[in-house]
Design a protein around this ligand. Structure first.
Ligand code: FES
Length: 263
């Protein structure tokens, strides 16, 4: 009979037998998420000018899709499109399976890390799974459907950046590449989502021949994307802010957005 080892082997918050720098990853994840939240709050609530340029040809990813402009909505002057749509990306990312791992480890310290002791109180609290407020995590699949709609509108935004001079010339500028990169990374984040596989055979009882066999093969292919989900989570998130800074800088005249190709 094997001897069972009770983990973590040491008691006391942060104590461990690990010899690697286990805290580096959680530190940077916490730092990244905090900066993202503070930046978004400041930009959306207090600093929501300079969100597009060239008469709406290029729009900041934080404020895209710019539904107020697209649908000519009559809204109070303090309202902006981010206030209307950000609940979708927030809801999607907030219920993401990878995000759950991040916030449980970084912000709740429950667990702190593999084989690292967590705060004493968390041993008493334990892990209650998707209960209480966390039951909302179950809406993730529905948030995915909404995120797909937002992604399609962002693809349209990329196409829109290719029409210059009031729609008379077609081409590509740096702004096109910035928004295209953001859309591609977002597409990869969405396509690598655990719930995305539900659309490709994940909801079937069996994969045996015919359409269900094809769906089964697709499920395996889509599942391969899921392996790098954390990578797509972070790169797509960072690109939202880089894109916003680029649009802000061009809009304020600190940078220009020259054509690379024009027809
Ligand atoms: Fe992360 Fe769906 S699991 S977005």
């Amino acid at each position: 009979m094997s001897n069972a080892i009770k983990l973590p082997m040491k008691k006391g918050f942060g104590r461990t037998d690990r010899i690697d720098k286990w805290w580096t990853k959680p530190f940077w994840m916490g730092f990244g998420l905090t900066v993202a939240l503070v930046y978004t709050a400041l930009r959306v609530l207090f600093w929501d000018g300079a969100i597009h340029y060239d008469n709406h040809r290029v729009t900041s990813p934080i404020f895209s899709p710019d539904v107020i402009h697209l649908f000519d909505l009559k809204t109070p002057t303090w309202m902006n499109s981010a206030l209307l749509i950000l609940w979708i990306p927030f809801g999607f990312r907030g219920t993401c399976y990878y995000m759950r791992k991040v916030y449980h480890r970084v912000f709740f310290q429950n667990p702190t890390a593999c084989v690292v002791a967590k705060p004493e109180i968390n041993y008493k609290i334990g892990y209650k799974g998707e209960t209480g407020l966390f039951i909302l995590n179950n809406i993730h699949r529905y948030m995915l459907y909404l995120a797909i709609i937002i992604l399609s509108m962002k693809v349209y935004d990329v196409y829109h950046t290719m029409w210059f001079n009031e729609g008379n010339d077609f081409g590509i500028s740096i702004g096109t590449l910035v928004l295209a990169t953001e859309s591609i990374l977002l597409f990869m984040y969405v396509a690598s989502c655990h719930a995305f596989r539900h659309l490709f055979g994940g909801g079937m009882n069996q994969w045996r021949g015919g359409i269900s066999g094809i769906m089964g093969k697709l499920y395996i292919k889509v599942s391969n994307l899921n392996i790098e989900h954390a990578f797509w989570f972070w790169t797509s998130l960072v690109m939202v802010f880089l894109g916003d800074l680029f649009v802000w800088a061009v809009s304020e005249g600190f940078l220009t957005d020259p054509y690379l190709i024009i027809m």
